[in-house]
Design a binder for this molecule. Sequence first.
Ligand code: MG
Length: 255
Amino acid sequence: MTRFRHGAASITGRVRRINEDSYLAEPPLFAVADGMGGHGAGDIASALAIDALTACARRGPLTTDAVLAALDDASHAIVNLGEPDGSGTTVTGLADIATSGGGHLMVFNVGDSRTYRILGDHLDQLTIDHSEVQELLIGGVITPEQAQVHPRRNIITRALGSDPLPVADRWLVPAVAGDRYLLCTDGLVNELSEERISDLLAIADPQAAASALVAEADEAGGRDNITAVVIDVEAEDDAAVSDTTVPRPRPSGQS
Ligand code: MG
């Protein structure tokens, strides 16, 4: 297992009545979810995603398949809410998964919340937004500057709670001591430039950094709910050493 230090902050902002974002910051699993739906259904949807991931982490050991199954469970649970206008949630996160090689983190994403790895003074966005604007960007129809202010930038093309089940993107990255990650909802990146986010991530303490990020996004307008989870990879525990041993072959005669 990998050791982490982390901090998290989530606020309603200055315009919305309730906070429909949810998050999980409990090693070995970190996630943020941004719910949507009428009459407060969004906060239920994002909470269902976080509940499913929390249950998955507690069952352990955490595997790629277990995380993906938890996302499917959450999606079914949201569909079963039977909201007449529909409800759903984004989810992105980082899971310290048990692999035979040890020391890998799974990044996963559905929707337009984001996972970044911080490289020196710039942000490396690991996730790809599932949004109309992202598709226009990929198609070369608009520029990144136009995407920032596009009127349809809030329209997402994938969410938990859709039928058929959405496919989650996932990547494996090595767990490297000293690396820092940021998970955030769109309420953060729509208020602050990546340069400013990067500046605030120079704050060494992860909780102080998360609090500073949401506070400044709130001051910048707070037009949406704002959530940030900051995760520092500290070191590998001794337990990881046993993870790296080669699995013993099964006795012959068994399938
Ligand atoms: Mg949002």
